[in-house]
Design a protein around this ligand. Sequence first.
Ligand SMILES: Cc1cc2nc3c(=O)[nH]c(=O)nc-3n(C[C@H](O)[C@H](O)[C@H](O)COP(=O)(O)OP(=O)(O)OC[C@H]3O[C@@H](n4cnc5c(N)ncnc54)[C@H](O)[C@@H]3O)c2cc1C
Length: 505
Amino acid sequence: PFARDYAGYLDMRSFGGAQVSRTFYSRGQTGQQLLLGAYSALSRQIGAGAVKFFDRREMLDLTVVDGLARGIVCRNMKSGEIESYVADAVVLATGGYANTFYLSTMAKASNATAIWRAYKKGAFFANPCFTQIHPTCIPVSGDYQSKLTLMSESLRNDGRIWVPKKPDDSRNPSQIPEEDRDYYLERQYPSFGNLVPRDVASRRAKEICDKGFGVGKTKMAVYLDFSDAIKRNGKHWIEEKYGNLFDMYHEITAEDPYSVPMRIYPAVHYMMGGLWVDYNLMSTIPGLFVIGEANFSDHGANRLGASALMQGLADGYFILPYTMGDYLARTKFHSLATDHPEFKKSNAEVADRVKKLLSINGKQPVSEIHKKLGKVMWDYVGMGRNAKGLKKALKLIPEIREEFWADAKVIGESENINIELEKAGRVADFLELAELLASDALHRAESCGGHFREEYQTPEGEALRNDKKFSYVAAWEYTGSGKKPKLNKEQLTFEYVKPSERSYK
Ligand SMILES: Cc1cc2nc3c(=O)[nH]c(=O)nc-3n(C[C@H](O)[C@H](O)[C@H](O)COP(=O)(O)OP(=O)(O)OC[C@H]3O[C@@H](n4cnc5c(N)ncnc54)[C@H](O)[C@@H]3O)c2cc1C
């Protein structure tokens, strides 16, 4: 599905943080095209009888027997039945937990439940605080909003980011002459310009808006302007490259980005943290493999554009088929059935939890409580973090959690499709994970990639790492309900390429 150049070769384009064009793409829908490829490959295997597909099941617990991951417990989302499945190994590919922040670019159904339940069964959770904030999203426009929309990073190849030089300049952007515009990324980073990495572009946008230079009704936005590219190459050229993104922007904002600049603002987009895995993609629970965004590997503290899909393909296609085979070959399995006491226990715990959620019978819709959590996360654990704010978040999160269990209203019953019940279970888990995320952010007293601590920055406002003290993976271990998790440190050793300071100037 990838774009080709005039000669028919695969075309490539640049991404934030890279000065060369080396990424294959499919217009503004690379991810969708890869998904279609993955779906058809899966359907082919289902058709061939190699894969049995269980749709509409939500995994709600991992069952561990004699220290090995031996299966899962799910809720059938149509009938409400709690079902157990025995296995020799379990693979979690359940994605990231950006929706802890309520508003994010992720699908509304993305959640942390599977990895959170595995964490509570003994899988370590690594680097939960590393959060990627994407600079090119459609800004928040009101309290009623339930998600945010990403405008692809590819737009920064041809769009120029600017704000008026005068704060609160209410002129129409087309009436603001060049000399009154601040192309702040081009000014501050002459070599990378608009293509600085996502974390840098996001922080600079926040900074400029916090200083009062933001645009639009809320003043929490900057312009992404294509007028130069249109002048240079014509509207048709832009249409061919980005037409679908421009249409999407138009549908959402009712503004025509061919004639007025887009308004953009950063939003939570990807979580670099996740369950700890070794080089074989196995977690600290033998037999539990974790792939894709659900694990912590590959991206460290930061992630460049296109690397998530690369990781998904590498994990699932090149690594897991071999490492899983190795595990199966050298492990002795006892035969098991779902009447094993551990399965019965998992099953009973899941059923109890469903019952508990449905019996809270409070007054607040689950989404309202989720929104409160999101606001605390964005305000104190978001783009700019500091010790005072993080401590405040660590006080507020347990209070919101208590509010949830005392006053959430979960309507409907369990023996049916019940989206409110599904949502409630996920929000309950976000409310626990949020605390781990904030604690990790507080303990990491440095700025590093997708974790910016305002106390640790250079005089120019760039992230200041402390490699001497923090050059490790923070792998948190669950120690029981209401107890502080234990921090395990996996030291990072660099033999050939030594860590250095990043500069995009
Ligand atoms: C808007 C947007 C644009 C992006 N663009 C790019 C890009 O251009 N290039 C790039 O490299 N990356 C991109 N990313 C990031 C990338 O798409 C994701 O990191 C990647 O899709 C993660 O894949 P995954 O398979 O690990 O998880 P997901 O794609 O999130 O899939 C997880 C699946 O698990 C299911 N699931 C979750 N919990 C449970 C449970 N308890 N039981 C059963 N099922 C469950 C979910 O419903 C979902 O279907 C983008 C992300 C977003 C949000």
